[in-house]
Design a protein around this ligand. Structure first.
Ligand code: FES
Length: 67
């Protein structure tokens, strides 16, 4: 069973840490042990991972959980 924590970063990525698997649209599985930063803005050139492009894109994440 997966054991992970997802932290939503303000105006940026979703930081996922723990032991989990990312599956692509073709069903290929990528087991992760540790941290992964997933793009929420749509600007990354390395989706599903964040490459920092959210800063240049001016991504604003509000409203989000807790707002
Ligand atoms: S959230 Fe960082 S590039 Fe999209």
């Amino acid at each position: 069973m997966a054991d992970c924590t997802i932290r939503i970063k303000k105006n940026g990525s979703a930081w996922v840490s723990g032991s989990f698997t990312i599956e692509d649209v073709d069903g290929n599985a990528y087991p992760i042990e540790g941290d992964a930063f997933l793009c929420r803005c749509g600007a990354s050139q390395t989706k599903p991972f964040c490459d920092g492009s959210h800063k240049a894109a001016g991504f604003e994440s509000a409203p989000t959980v807790g707002d």
